[in-house]
Design a protein around this ligand. Structure first.
Ligand SMILES: Nc1ncnc2c1ncn2[C@@H]1O[C@H](COP(=O)(O)OP(=O)(O)OP(=O)(O)O)[C@@H](O)[C@H]1O
Ligand SMILES: [Mg+2]
Length: 339
């Protein structure tokens, strides 16, 4: 292949990586019994998300999923600190180093948006829903309030909500409806990347379907990238193209979702998948024994070694590298390191 072609292909591969996390490391600076401590919540995490894909992030409670999303968004307020790493957003032929941008509101909503965990409670209770929309529209578009209201009215109907909701106060609406409103707000300015943290956990199963459908319909329409955190592996299997598995602040496996479910590589992923109920199988699924480690004092070597049935000496001593084991299939485990 001619050199020029190779360079072009590399450029297009890079451009396809709309969001790239490079060696992200961050956590919480806190005090425990009057002594300063650090919660090592996200440690050397590297991955990329592609244009037009749904990327899932999964792992047990406390493994750092929300912290990772906050860092990706550049929502870094005390006690959260970023120690190392970079988040690169490639949009509109620009490459934006999110953590280096001084005024992050210049990239938020327009290029990247964030639906926080428990976000149905983030709406200002004193403001009608229409004011939430009008504020967002008039901050980012050069229009007056009347025009902003018209845009909001058309938009809420476009996402399948009735325009009546615009007149309501948040407390007059159900949790599911408020969740849909937060999602609608996050998607309104057509961001290239949407970060959604457990968007369906606080709503019942029927409402869940509507919330997911709304996120997926918009993703298809905008052909953008949805990064969705959920510990619900059923939802992961249903909606994501690729999945990143986290354990105790580390990215331990990343690959196509189907492949990860059919052929999990990391012992933690295996345990996670094996513990899922299967249709027709009446045997009791065994969960993973033990507890995740305390992130103030994580174990040396591989953080999973105290619970790992395959742990070897090296696992107790040294952190495993991240290996690309197959095309676009990454795992961080000593079992797969040729030595
Ligand atoms: N504000 C905070 N101050 C101190 N520690 C925190 C804070 N927020 C989170 N942590 C700790 O950081 C670690 C990662 O938490 P995080 O909320 O990112 O996990 P998670 O994977 O999102 O969990 P969940 O599934 O329960 O939402 C945990 O040990 C948690 O206790
Ligand atoms: Mg969380």
């Amino acid at each position: 292949m001619a050199k020029r072609e190779i360079v072009d292909r590399e450029t297009s591969i890079m451009l396809d990586r709309v969001l790239e996390a490079i060696d992200l490391t961050g956590g919480y600076s806190i005090t425990v019994n009057d002594t300063p401590a650090y919660v090592d919540a996200v440690s050397n995490v590297s991955f990329y998300a592609r244009n037009n894909e749904v990327l899932g992030i999964a792992g047990e409670s406390g493994c750092g999923k929300s912290t990772l999303l906050k860092i990706l968004y550049g929502f870094t307020r005390a006690p959260l600190v970023v120690k190392k790493g970079k988040v690169v957003l490639r949009a509109n032929e620009q490459s934006i180093d999110i953590l280096a941008v001084k005024d992050r509101t210049s990239v938020w909503w327009k290029y990247i948006s964030y639906i926080p965990q428990n976000s149905m409670n983030v709406l200002n209770p004193l403001q009608r829903i229409r004011d939430h929309f009008i504020e967002t529209i008039s901050t980012h578009m050069n229009v007056d309030r009347d025009e902003a209201y018209n845009i909001a009215r058309d938009y809420v109907e476009n996402v399948g909500l009735s325009k009546e909701v615009l007149n309501a106060y948040p407390h007059q609406l159900s949790g599911g409806m408020r969740q849909r409103i937060v999602i609608a707000l996050a998607l309104m300015l057509r961001p290239r990347v949407v970060l959604a943290d457990e968007p369906t956990t606080a709503v019942d199963v029927v409402v869940q379907r509507g919330v997911l459908q709304m996120l997926l319909d918009k993703q298809r329409e905008l052909k953008n990238t949805l990064i969705v955190v959920t510990h619900d592996m059923g939802v992961q299997a249903m909606v994501t193209n690729r999945i990143l598995i986290m354990y105790a602040g580390k990215g331990v496996e990343l690959g196509a979702t189907n492949d990860t479910f059919e052929n999990p590589l990391h012992p933690y992923t295996k345990a996670l998948i094996e513990s899922l109920p299967r249709i027709g199988d009446k045997t009791l699924r065994k969960g993973l024994a033990g507890h995740p480690p305390d992130l103030i004092n994580p174990p040396p070597g591989c953080r999973f070694h105290p619970r790992c049935p395959y742990a070897m000496d090296v696992c107790r001593r040294e952190e495993p590298p991240i290996i690309e084991i197959d095309k676009e299939k990454f795992v961080s485990c000593w079992l797969y390191v040729k030595r």
